[in-house]
Ligand binder design. Sequence first.
Ligand SMILES: [Zn+2]
Length: 292
Amino acid sequence: MWRAQVATVLVAASALAQAADYSGPLFDAHLHYNVEAWDGRAGPHGPDDVLARMKRNGVRAIVANSRPNDGTRALASMAETKQAGVTVVPFIRLYRNRADYDNWFRDETIYEMVQAEFARGVSGAQAGPYKGIGEFHLYDSANANGPVAKKLMQFAEKNNLAILAHVDDVAIDLLMAHAPKARLIWAHTGISGAPAARVDALFARYPTLMGELSYRPGLTCDAGKLCPEWRALLLRYPTRFMIGSDTWVNQRWQYYDDLMKGYRVWLGDLPPDVARGIGWGNGAAVFGVKEP
Ligand SMILES: [Zn+2]
């Protein structure tokens, strides 16, 4: 009799353990600090505001990029960031303004700006030099063959810079053809919903390809838990995925708490080591961020 009771308690305890949210540190691998969030003077989401949001959500490192790059530079260099316990991994944004979104892949002045920004670097002891370029967008995958897109892929590969790319699955093949050893982070891992089997095939083909999971359609199902095919995919490539906030508009800052809580729910559905890898360790390993 008592054995049955113990077994029942154990089963209940393991069900509870499975249901617990992930509680470790988070690496936000897709963060923007754009001019409309903070213009350097006032703005709805000044550094104190965004750092407080990171801190209360256990976000201990961020890939930061911004339009223009001043927001990234500010976050990376200010003492408050270090005091909040947040490590900044700075990326060079390709856009000076909204018009650049649709033309960067053939605009030589963008290539010149990236080179100048890379040479200039980021001031601030904790940030060091730039670690990547992006996020960039390709709304038509054929533009992955634009002359500046090709040159930037090769520039990134040569200088060991990661690339954060918001593109479709066709563009992944085109971009990787330019620079087969480049560390490409696929923003949203296909926001238009490339099937899990297609993502699997691309991950198998390109060992340096990683996936960031904001806005990924079909990722979560009932009660915010992972859908079965995505759970299987994350378990198949436990070192290749990362989470991100994608604060591309101010509304995403307003929901930052909910976004991070949402990640903690489905990360809690994975084995603890896999959850910690996707939540923190994979990004930390790629960018050499120390344990918090
Ligand atoms: Zn973004």
